[in-house]
Design a protein around this ligand. Structure first.
Ligand SMILES: Cc1cc2nc3c(=O)[nH]c(=O)nc-3n(C[C@H](O)[C@H](O)[C@H](O)COP(=O)(O)OP(=O)(O)OC[C@H]3O[C@@H](n4cnc5c(N)ncnc54)[C@H](O)[C@@H]3O)c2cc1C
Length: 512
């Protein structure tokens, strides 16, 4: 007999997990099947790799690298860096746990590609590797057709799901000294004020714990008996009959067996690159699918604090990570991040180096000028490592983008000059290294051909088919997206839960 579930979720990252948790909380009797192409990671389900021992962490990272599973990224670095200076383009982009889409793209005229575009495949998706920064979108980053109060409520809820910790202004110690200096430089009328980066972490028994995807799922296995997370299971395509999504064709990646599962609702949360891939493979190809691809530019540099900001001069709160943020504003469509490494929770290779207590990262992200022509092309004949339609990225920069990149470099210098100095000139990171790929299944207010889904993430023209993830973000942003996509998935999942409850109610009435 063909398996039947209420909700089939494709992808086990933060977006898919938000759908599962939200629907499960609202309808604990629901049968929810979440399929994940990658493997199970040993240990606590969905735990962040930063919470693991060094050995466990290295093992987990090797497992989620898809075609590069088991390959040390150092090996990848020497491979990818052939003919390139690894200290420049790819310096910040060779991250363990991930694999590249195509680090040597064949570029057409005027294209720059996204050579560092990367993915992760394993239970928890990128949400077991992520950097936990959770700023809220500001001004024009916010989706204009979602009412303000509704978006704020969704962001509030997303902060709870992710366990986000926030720090009020003014703060204390070195963190406050840096914030105040940056505020003097960057605050102004109409600009979102400088503050501290909200982050998804907590302290437990004196240890810093990062929120992984498991935090979102909570104890769903106990509270929702009909929930199942099936790893090593690839969704080949969504089955659409008469304009309604009714299930998916799945492949067991261990046995190679393919089979179908029927579902009342199908949700595709397979990341910003692979969600449109699944839709394409399913024959769901609205004109905007995989177009309007955009990621924020990333310029970063290391610097050192001056004597005035020497950490030992301050009475520092040991629980404060001290990450200062210059938020996005329409007048300055970029986000600055100033992170002194003294108190950094991130396990960076520089820790322990001479002078490391004054080392500081200055990272500036700038919004892309969104273009229809920036897109993923899917092959009708060639396939990728997973047997899905092969992806080729077409991506170029506009004049406005070139100006943005210049301003990012200037602002990185300005932010460093206020508190110290840069060790080297700020560099633009290789395209794709943001890991935030937006626009490919973007939301729209109406179905006018420029969007793929509505504001509740339902795909236009196909009933019962929903999407999630960075690809749904329609605006030009510089803010890290995960908080936003969790908020958007929460809103969408509430719609599905309502429909499920209505169905249960209707069935009960019919049975009486
Ligand atoms: C090192 C790093 C640092 C980051 N730092 C931050 C940060 O500080 N702040 C922030 O906001 N964001 C950050 N991010 C990005 C963040 O992790 C992503 O925004 C988030 O994980 C996206 O969630 P998602 O569920 O949409 O996709 P993912 O987490 O990518 O999960 C998608 C899952 O779908 C699976 N999948 C794909 N195709 C299929 C298929 N056909 N069938 C079945 N399964 C499939 C994949 O295997 C994957 O596990 C960072 C990411 C990394 C890697």
């Amino acid at each position: 007999m063909t398996e039947q579930v209420d909700v089939l979720i494709i992808g086990s990252g933060p977006s898919g997990s938000t759908y599962a948790r939200t629907i499960g909380d609202a309808v604990p009797t629901a049968r929810i099947l979440m399929v994940e192409a990658g493997p199970v990671i040993p240990g606590i389900r969905g735990d962040h790799t930063q919470n693991m021992t060094d050995e466990e962490r290295a093992a987990a990272q090797l497992l989620t690298q898809g075609p590069d599973e088991g390959l040390e990224r150092a090996q990848a670095l020497s491979d990818i860096a052939e003919g390139l200076d690894p200290s420049l383009e790819f310096r910040h982009t060779i991250l363990p746990g991930l694999f590249f889409l195509d680090p040597r793209p064949a570029l057409e005229d005027g294209e720059v590609g996204l050579p560092a575009a990367s993915m992760a495949s394993g239970v928890g998706g990128m949400g077991i590797h992520w950097g936990i920064s959770c700023p809220r979108p500001s001004q024009s980053e916010r989706t204009p057709f979602i009412p303000t109060a509704e978006l704020d409520a969704a962001l509030d809820h997303a902060e709870q799901l992710l366990g986000v910790r926030k720090w009020d202004v003014p703060g204390t110690g070195l963190a406050e000294a840096i914030r105040a200096a940056q505020a003097e430089e960057f605050d102004g009328p109409g600009l979102t004020p400088v503050g501290f980066m909200p982050a998804a972490y907590r302290w437990e028994d004196g240890r810093l714990r990062f929120s992984g995807t498991g935090m979102i799922l909570g104890d769903i296995e106990e509270t929702v008996p009909g929930f199942e997370l099936r790893a090593q299971t690839l969704a080949k395509r969504v089955i659409v009959e008469d304009g309604v999504a009714v299930g998916a064709a799945l492949e067991d990646r261990v046995s190679g067996e393919t089979y179908e599962v029927r579902a009342h609702h199908v949700v595709v949360c397979a990341d910003g690159l692979r969600t449109p891939q699944v839709l394409f493979a399913s024959g769901v190809r609205p004109p905007a699918l995989a177009h309007y691809l955009n990621e924020h530019f990333q310029v970063s540099a290391f610097g050192a604090l001056t004597d005035d900001f020497a950490p030992e001069r301050f009475d520092n709160d040991p629980e404060h990570v001290g990450y200062v943020i210059v938020p996005f504003s329409d007048e300055r469509p970029m986000q600055g991040g100033i992170l002194p490494l003294m108190n950094s929770p991130y396990r960076l290779a520089v820790a322990g180096q001479e002078g490391a207590e004054r080392l500081t990262v200055f990272a500036w992200y700038g919004a892309k000028d969104i273009q229809y022509c920036d897109r993923i092309e899917f092959s009708e004949t060639e396939t990728d490592f997973y047997g899905m339609p092969k992806m080729t990225i077409h991506y170029s920069r506009t004049e406005k983008d070139l100006q943005t990149i210049e301003q990012l470099k200037q602002n990185a210098r300005r932010s460093a000059d206020r508190v110290g100095g840069l060790a080297a000139e700020p560099e633009l990171a290789a395209g794709g290294s943001s890991l935030h790929y937006h626009g490919t299944v973007r939301m729209g207010a109406v179905d006018d051909g420029t969007s793929v889904c509505d504001q509740h993430l339902k795909v236009w023209g196909v009933d019962n088919l929903y999407v999630g993830g960075n690809g749904v973000i329609p605006t030009a942003t510089a803010t890290n997206p995960t908080l936003t996509i969790v908020a958007l998935a929460w809103r969408a999942a509430n719609q599905i839960a309502l429909q499920l409850n209505e169905r249960v109610g209707t069935a009960a009435t019919a049975a009486r």
